[in-house]
Design a protein around this ligand. Structure first.
Ligand SMILES: Cc1cc2nc3c(=O)[nH]c(=O)nc-3n(C[C@H](O)[C@H](O)[C@H](O)COP(=O)(O)OP(=O)(O)OC[C@H]3O[C@@H](n4cnc5c(N)ncnc54)[C@H](O)[C@@H]3O)c2cc1C
Length: 299
C-alpha cells in the first residue's frame, strides 16, 4: 500500500518579532513589516506526512496560498523531504478570511487530484481561528479528525488515530480519504537536511524563473520552457497556480469573497497597573477566586 498525502501549510508573520506597522489601513496584514515563517503546527503536519510515507510508502505534496514570497516555505518543505510543492498565488486571493481561504484551498485540492490524506496544522499563529481545516473538509465533503496527536495505522480505506479532547483523548477509526488537523505536541519536526538543502535550494516557481530572466514574457521564450522542463525533471519545479488555473468562481476568493473583515489589530501589553499582589494565604486565595468569579473570568 502507498499513500498520497497533501499537506496545507501557511507562511505566517513571526508574531514574536513584529518590526513595523502590523496592519494596513484596509485591515489586512502588512506582511512586509513582519518576518515570515513556516506556521509551526504545519511543520508538525508535514512531519506526520513524512513519517507516514516512511511507514507506508507514497508521495507527500505541500501546498500554500500566499504572496510569491511564500515559495520560501515550500523550499523548506522540500529540504525536509516533500516530493512536490504548489504555490497558490494571485492578487485576487489577497485579504481572504477563512471562508475564502478554505474555498481556494479546496479548489487547489481538487486540481491536485485524489489523495488518501489531507493534513493541516490545527491552527495558524496569525489568524488563530483553527477554522480552515474543518471548513476545507466540509468543502471537499471529507470526514475529518481534528486535534490529532498520532496516527496508529492506515489500512486500505480506513485510518485509526488518537485525537486530543478536553481532559483526555479519543481513539478514532474513520474511512479515508480524510482530513486531519495536527497538534504541535504530535511530533518534533525533523531539521532541514543539509544534503537536501543543497539539492533543492534552486527550486523555483514560474514567476521566480521569469524574474531570473528579467521578467521576459514566458511563453515566447522556448529557452524558459526548456529550462522549466529541466527543473521539473530534477524535482526543482514549484508549481504555481493562480485564479485562472483553478476551476472556480473568482467571486469567492480574497477580500471580495470574505464576509469577515479584520477591523483592527492591536497588541495587548499588560501594564503594572494590571497586576495585583495576592497574599499566599487561604484567605488571600479565597478573595482572589471570588474576584475572578465576580469578573466572570472564572465560572
Ligand atoms: C489577527 C487576525 C485575525 C483574524 N481573524 C479572522 C476571523 O475571525 N475570521 C476569519 O474568517 N478570518 C480571520 N482572519 C483572516 C485569516 O487569518 C485568514 O483567513 C487565514 O487565511 C486563515 O485563517 P487562520 O489564519 O485563522 O488559519 P487557521 O484556520 O488557524 O489555519 C488552520 C490550518 O489551515 C491551513 N491554512 C490556513 N491558511 C492557509 C494558507 N493560506 N495556505 C495553506 N494552508 C493554510 C494550515 O494548515 C493551518 O494550520 C484573521 C487574520 C488575522 C491576521
Amino acid at each position: 500500500m502507498s499513500l498520497s498525502i497533501l499537506v496545507f501549510a501557511k507562511q505566517v508573520p513571526d508574531t514574536a518579532n513584529i518590526t513595523g506597522q502590523a496592519m494596513k489601513e484596509d485591515g489586512t496584514v502588512n506582511r512586509a513589516a513582519l518576518p515570515a515563517i513556516f506556521n509551526p503546527e504545519d511543520l508538525n503536519a508535514l512531519e506526520l506526512a513524512l513519517e507516514l510515507r516512511e511507514r507506508y510508502g507514497g508521495k507527500v505534496a505541500v501546498c500554500t496560498m500566499g504572496p510569491p514570497a511564500a515559495a520560501n516555505i515550500l523550499r523548506r518543505a522540500l529540504y525536509m523531504g516533500a516530493d512536490e510543492t504548489i504555490l497558490l498565488t494571485d492578487r485576487r486571493f489577497a485579504g481572504a478570511d477563512t471562508l475564502a481561504t478554505s474555498y481556494a484551498l479546496a479548489c487547489a485540492a481538487r486540481k491536485y487530484g485524489s489523495c488518501d490524506l489531507i493534513l493541516c496544522g490545527r491552527q495558524a499563529i496569525d489568524g488563530d481561528t483553527a477554522q480552515v481545516g474543518p471548513q476545507l473538509a466540509e468543502k471537499l465533503d471529507l470526514p475529518q479528525i481534528t486535534y490529532v496527536e498520532s496516527v496508529e495505522w492506515v489500512r486500505k480505506g480506513r485510518i485509526r488515530a488518537k485525537a486530543q479532547i478536553d481532559g483526555g483523548y479519543e481513539i478514532i477509526e474513520a474511512p479515508t480519504p480524510i482530513l486531519l488537523t495536527v497538534l504541535a505536541s504530535s511530533n518534533a519536526p525533523r531539521p532541514v537536511g543539509a544534503k537536501r538543502l543543497m539539492q533543492y535550494k534552486k527550486a523555483v516557481t514560474r514567476s521566480e524563473l521569469s524574474a531570473r530572466h528579467g521578467g521576459r514574457d514566458y511563453e515566447d521564450a522556448n529557452l524558459l520552457a526548456a529550462e522549466e522542463e529541466g527543473l521539473r525533471a530534477r524535482g526543482l519545479w514549484i508549481y504555481e497556480w493562480g485564479v485562472d488555473d483553478l476551476e472556480a468562481d473568482a467571486r469567492h476568493f480574497g477580500l471580495a469573497g470574505s464576509p469577515t473583515k479584520v477591523k483592527q489589530i492591536e497588541s495587548v501589553v499588560l501594564t503594572g497597573s494590571g497586576t495585583k499582589d495576592v497574599p499566599p494565604t487561604d484567605e488571600g486565595i479565597r478573595d482572589l477566586v471570588h474576584e475572578l468569579i465576580e469578573d466572570h473570568i472564572l465560572s
